[in-house]
Design a protein around this ligand. Structure first.
Ligand SMILES: *Cc1c(COP(=O)(O)O)cnc(C)c1O
Length: 355
């Protein structure tokens, strides 16, 4: 029986994150970076002045905001930082999506969007990706209360060229368009190029993927000073001190080491391109990945069975089993060595379960 008080409790079906097993496995299930953060981060943590932990951190996050502004050649007033891009995106939903009209996002995309929309009671409508799992830009030209999509999209890993992104932003100048660029560093041109031309655009990025710092929880949004001010107003009405002291200093160190950042991306892209070839040799059909993961299906092997067999053997990948993608696995690009273990397992599995 439902207690009377339950009627007035804000209920939501939560986002289900990928598993974080505590034993040692080959972890290709949550798109983390297989390489450590840059040496400056390690040094900053070793030298962290713990006496300062008595004090609240800088609520404006100025050193990190300034470092990001320098790196991306924007004004500090155009940068908002938060506790991972999940925090930043959640603040964006709360701040920018406040219309009676539906917010639009793809049917196959980051499943957190639907959760935030439901949590904040924002109407939304999913737009179907086409048969090749691509965004149909015309679907976003109808009346709406805002638009959000990742580029590259997740879990498809497909990147849309900047002119497609620009068209969607240009046709929606009466609402806010958020481009979630969690994987942009592995892909192509960023929508940051458009930031000074469209004051309705917000670009969100993260330290969790290309910067190897998922555990530190740092994300950021870049947009016009006006939109960033509204985001900060919402943040200060929620929790003034979202970013802890350690995250602020480590974030700055990471942004300073451009060479390490670029080299890490290069290694992952190299492994990804090699892995595409190996998957194809084994008969997998992969969507063309521009991210640090591959979305793959095999015509002869059931995805769920394969997912479970991999897991039993200590190789974790992601499987949803939801509509249209029930035969797909999402596999993060690990180190070359980790991927070799994966492919050895797949060869054996296919040998044993000949179709
Ligand atoms: C990983 C991811 C994020 C969020 O990552 P954080 O760790 O919260 O920064 C946001 N959007 C997409 C599409 C992602 O894949």
């Amino acid at each position: 029986m439902m207690r009377t008080f339950e009627r007035n409790i804000r209920k939501v079906e939560p986002y289900v994150p990928g598993e974080q097993p505590q034993n040692k496995v080959i972890k290709l299930n949550t798109n983390e970076n297989p390489y450590p953060p840059c040496p400056g981060v390690t040094k900053a943590l070793e030298e962290l002045d713990t006496d300062r932990l008595r004090l609240y951190p800088d609520p404006t996050c100025a050193p990190l905001v300034n470092a990001l502004a320098d790196f991306y050649h924007v004004n500090p007033e155009q940068v908002f930082v938060g506790v991972g891009s999940d925090d930043v995106l959640s603040m964006c939903f709360l701040t920018f999506f406040n219309s009676q009209k539906p917010v639009l996002f793809p049917d196959i995309t980051y499943s957190f969007y639907k959760v935030w929309a439901e949590l904040y009671r924002i109407p939304y409508e999913c737009q179907k990706l086409d048969e090749d799992f691509r965004i149909v830009k015309e679907d976003y030209y109808r009346e709406n209360g805002g638009v959000i999509f990742p580029n590259p999209n997740a879990p498809t890993a497909i990147y849309e060229e900047l002119d497609v992104v620009e068209e969607i932003v240009r046709k929606n100048q009466d609402v806010i368009v958020i481009v979630d660029e969690a994987y942009i560093d592995f892909a192509g041109r960023s929508a940051l190029e458009l930031i000074d031309r469209y004051d309705n655009l917000v670009v969100v990025q993260t330290f969790s993927k290309a910067r190897s710092m998922a555990g530190m929880r740092i994300g950021y949004a870049i947009g016009s000073p006006l939109l960033i001010k509204y985001l900060n107003d919402a943040k200060y009405s929620f929790n003034s001190y979202t970013m802890n002291q350690a995250a602020l200093v480590c974030g700055v160190e990471s942004v300073r080491d451009r060479e390490y950042f670029e080299e890490g991306i290069r290694k992952i892209i190299e492994t990804r391109e090699w892995a595409k070839g190996r998957f194809a040799e084994l008969g997998f059909q992969c969507l063309d990945s521009s991210a640090n993961f591959i979305f793959a299906a095999h015509p002869a092997y059931d995805a769920k069975e394969l997912f479970e067999a991999l897991k039993e053997n200590g190789i974790y990948v992601r499987y949803w089993g939801s509509e249209r993608i029930e035969q797909y696995l999402r596999i993060t690009i690990g180190t070359r060595e980790e991927m070799e273990v994966l492919f050895r397992f797949l060869e054996n599995y296919m040998g044993r379960n000949r179709s």
